[in-house]
Design a protein around this ligand. Structure first.
Ligand code: MF3
Ligand code: CO
Length: 267
């Protein structure tokens, strides 16, 4: 069952999203060679709480941490701990905030120190995939339009699209209907309506799209050990088009004014 959100609910989710966005900005600044993923987790936990939210991921199916920190061939759900980040690592950071009962969910991939040109290109194309998917969040479009846009851009750049994990509706719960695959056919699937809030989260791989889960029960890695990148936003469909509730800053995309008024800078 798909939950349609009222303007009031979207406003709360926007405030939740600002906490997520501001916390991701802090993490991006802190993610440097020599820092452990566990230190980033503590920064996130303290940031989310100090801004009035609760880290959504803690306790989710027993997950112990506020963030997922996935390095290099790790795609998503890497568990923070003693691992020391090294120059040249590619780090995906995924966080969620619950505020007044509403969840926002967002992820970025960042370079640790200086990374290869191949890694930079993978990051750039994955972020472009996210923005192209978001651009399809128009009233009257179909769910398949989102996945199609993401898949087309990834595959035309020679990359793989992870199939085993998908984006999702988001609201009172982190994972609501509908599922939002990063692949699919244009013109197919559920009609997009005003008040639908989705987390779109392309997981894009340099090699095969096939993944496996490590013995910790969480960490998802590429089967061929090649790099992966992951970007995610929580977005509402409004009369004015898609509104990114977890937007970090205007510079994040070229066409910012189409998505949000200028006063809504999160961080
Ligand atoms: N952002 C992730 C998602 O959309 C959630 C991380 S799983 C958790 O599925 F267990 F860490 F919460
Ligand atoms: Co998500």
């Amino acid at each position: 069952m798909i939950n349609i959100k009222s303007a009031r609910e979207i406003e709360i989710m926007r405030r939740s999203g600002k906490i997520t966005a501001a916390t991701l900005v802090r993490l991006m600044a802190a993610a440097k060679p020599g820092v452990t993923t566990g230190e980033l987790d503590r920064i996130a936990d303290e940031s989310i709480r100090s801004l009035g939210g609760v880290p959504t991921f803690i306790g989710y199916h027993g997950y112990p941490s506020a963030i997922c920190a996935s390095v290099n061939e790790e795609v998503v759900h890497g568990m923070p701990g003693e691992r020391v980040l090294r120059d040249g690592d590619l780090l995906s950071l995924d966080i969620g905030t619950t505020l007044e009962g509403y969840v926002s969910d967002s992820a970025v991939t960042v370079a640790i120190g200086s990374v290869s040109e191949a890694a930079q290109r993978l990051m750039r194309v994955t972020q472009e995939c996210l923005m192209l998917g978001i651009a399809q969040m128009q009233i009257g479009n179909r769910l398949g339009d989102i996945g199609h846009a993401v898949q087309e851009h990834a595959e035309s750049n020679g990359y793989g699209v992870v199939r085993a994990l998908v984006g999702h509706g988001v609201g009172r719960k982190m994972h609501e209907d509908p599922q939002v695959p990063n692949y699919g056919n244009a013109g197919e699937g559920t009609i997009l309506r005003k008040g639908l809030v989705l987390a779109i989260e392309p997981m894009i791989t340099a090699g095969t799209w096939e993944v496996e889960t490590l013995e910790d029960g969480w960490t998802v890695v590429t089967q061929d050990g090649k790099l992966a990148a992951h970007f995610e936003h929580t977005i509402a469909i409004t009369d004015q088009g898609p509104k990114i509730l977890t937007l970090r800053n205007v510079a994040e995309h070229e066409d910012a004014d189409r998505y949000r008024p200028a006063e809504e800078v999160a961080a």
